[in-house]
Ligand binder design. Structure first.
Ligand code: NAP
Ligand code: HSE
Length: 579
């Protein structure tokens, strides 16, 4: 065994075991080409968080940034191995980390960053090609306790003497592998611009074959720079599986102890997506879809195609041929999938039902449309071999539907409590700060939190629809409407400072009792500390366990993210049906 492997194989330090829910993902500069790519990285992270995991995201510098920083430093004419150079170069990774954390925050994830020095990864050897030695987990564990996502710079480490050093070119792979090993995980995800490992370069050889599974040795022989060889040595020494995959389409190669012969690569057909609604939510989702190479947007349903549109990055000329005002015309464009974000309940219900009847998969943000008869819509979907997801209808970007489903899978749910309306929460905060009622309302509308008809927010009807949906998820049935009391937020009777609109639904003597109320006084900090458009959920199960979730409950990017995560799940479901 060589000296390097001896170092890599040293016993894992006796530190507290990592939560099994932690996942390490690495995003290289083939994915993070420029700042506009940060939202797609955040989407990938969001998908893991909504599966109930905490993410350590290891990032490289943006494309070309490391070379630029190296060139700037070397232009001073210093020796190649100047020991001060790494501290300058790792600013590229630290900048990416800050950018990705911002993109995560935009969609409502609780994110933190650590600098190279804070991360506590110690490495020794040449300052530009040092080898990882140890990890002081304290800072990472602390950050993971508090946040859903901890974004850390790859490539850099600190020498035993306290100087910043580099882990060699491609060193972010090594950072990710080492962190996963030290966190006692058994796998790590390397997110690249390719969908796995091929026997030849697929860009040069169209008949190249792709591995679903490869051994560490095969990966080293074939990698061609896809995974840093030192990182593969570490993976083998620490028995780590390495999932090499591209952004969000489910294709990957798992590099581990055993390989399997390569097969022809699966065909990549672009997903035909229709968007119903081009307002706050639909327009946000559309902006993301129009730059997504996996997707072809085939049509966009609106009331008035001549109205100006707020779709960042899209020109009028690009949008014009997509816009239709007739739902039949939308579905005649033959979409595989519809993203529904209409402001009208009946129009939304009709589009969803028509799409499902044609076997088209649907993801919707329209809680008023689906909360009337979720069972009926699911039956319609099943009859037509289609699928329907509504995560974005409740909690904006907070994966509340998934949280309730996960809790229910563990033990019967007995109750849930939640703040479910971003507009009301935002307005209560602004009123507490002294804003006038009309001003607070117009700010909530301008921010894109309020419904088209905001009386739905103010009268508790929006929250009521969400309680019905969460109850359907938690108990399989919805509460009797009559049993729901509503309190109205109106200028005539403003509630005391610190009030919250709290929803509660519980099973009492075999009956569901539900309420939407403005409450004040001592509140669970989960609710009391909610800011702005924040939403939060607490699910209580029969075995006493409690699941909590909190995040951005309304607004363009958080809600669009949730719709897009449903889209990814639906795309994966279509793919597995096709295989
Ligand atoms: P919005 O900004 O008012 O946009 C609504 C869109 O629906 C508009 O493009 C409108 O067309 C279109 N539309 C409405 N009725 C239609 C009809 N009959 N036929 C064709 N198009 C129609 O609303 P939004 O804030 O994006 O919300 C959309 C849905 O998402 C709502 O159901 C809402 O409850 C839900 N939601 C919103 C948020 C949020 O934070 N905003 C969060 C979660 C869920 P025109 O533009 O031509 O008028
Ligand atoms: N109007 C809703 C709210 C949008 O304010 O919560 C999110 O469903």
């Amino acid at each position: 065994m060589n000296a390097q492997l001896a170092v890599l194989e040293r016993p894992v330090p006796a530190l507290p075991a990592a939560s099994p829910e932690v996942v390490v993902m690495k995003f290289g500069s083939s994915v993070l080409v420029d700042p506009a790519d940060a939202p797609k990285v955040a989407s990938d992270i969001y998908a893991e968080v909504r599966r109930g995991r905490r993410v350590v995201a290891v990032v490289s510098a943006l494309a070309g940034e490391t070379d630029r920083l190296l060139a700037e430093a070397r232009a001073l004419g210093l020796a190649h191995d100047n020991s001060l150079l790494p501290a300058y170069v790792v600013q590229g990774e630290e900048r990416s980390a800050a950018l990705v954390a911002l993109a995560c925050d935009r969609v409502g994830l609780s994110a933190a960053t650590l600098t190279v020095r804070e991360l506590g990864l110690v490495a020794d050897g040449p300052c530009e090609h040092a080898r990882p030695l140890s990890l002081d987990r304290a800072a990472l564990d602390r950050a993971l306790l508090k946040h859903e996502v901890v974004v850390v710079p790859g490539f850099g480490a600190v020498s035993p003497e306290g100087q910043v050093v580099l882990l060699g070119r491609g060193g972010s792979d090594l950072t990710a592998l080492f962190l996963a090993a030290e966190l006692e995980l058994d796998s790590v995800q390397l997110v690249k611009d390719v969908d796995g490992l091929y026997d030849r370069d697929p860009n040069v050889h169209p008949d190249a074959r792709r591995y679903d599974q490869a051994s560490w040795a095969e990966a080293k022989a074939l990698g061609g720079g896809l995974v840093q060889p030192d990182a593969l040595d570490l993976a083998e020494a620490r028995k780590l599986k390495v999932e090499v995959r591209n952004y969000l389409d489910g294709h990957r190669t798992v590099v581990g102890p055993v390989g399997a012969p390569p097969k022809p690569a699966p065909a990549h057909r672009r997903l035909r997506v229709a968007v119903a609604g081009c307002g706050v939510v639909g327009g946000g989702a559309l902006a993301r879809l129009l730059v997504d190479p996996r997707v072809e947007v085939v049509g966009v349903l609106v009331r008035d195609p001549s109205k100006p549109r707020d779709v960042p990055g899209a020109s009028d000329a690009q949008l014009a041929p997509l816009l239709v005002s007739n739902p039949v015309a939308l579905l005649e464009r033959d979409p595989d999938l519809v993203l529904e974000a209409l402001s009208e309940a009946k129009a939304g219900y009709d589009v969803i039902a028509a799409a499902l009847s044609r076997g088209v998969y649907v993801a919707t943000a329209n809680k008023q449309a689906v909360s009337v008869d979720p069972d009926g819509l699911l039956e319609l979907a099943a009859r037509n071999d289609a699928k329907l997801l509504w995560s974005a209808s409740v909690g904006g970007g907070v994966p509340m539907v998934e949280a309730v489903r996960a809790a229910r899978d563990e033990a019967p749910v007995v109750a849930f409590e939640a703040v479910l309306n971003g507009t009301v929460n935002f307005m209560l905060a602004r009123l507490g700060e002294g804003a006038a009622f009309d001003q607070a309302l117009s700010e909530a509308r301008a921010a894109g939190f309020a419904e088209e008809d905001p009386s739905s927010d103010l009268q508790g009807l929006d929250a009521l629809a969400k309680v019905r949906l969460l109850s359907f998820e938690a108990f399989g049935v919805m509460p009797d409407d009559v049993a729901i009391h509503r309190d109205v937020l109106d200028p005539a009777a403003l509630p005391p400072a610190g009030s919250r609109q709290l929803c509660r639904c519980e099973l009492k003597d075999g009956k569901l009792v539900a309420a939407v109320r403005l409450v004040s006084g001592a509140l669970d900090p989960l609710f009391a500390e909610l800011k702005g458009e924040g939403n939060a959920l607490k699910v209580i199960s029969q075995d006493g366990s409690v699941v909590r979730r909190r995040g951005r409950g309304a607004g363009r990017w958080a809600t669009a993210e949730s719709l897009l995560a449903d889209l990814s799940d639906l795309a994966a479901a279509r793919l597995s049906k096709a295989v």
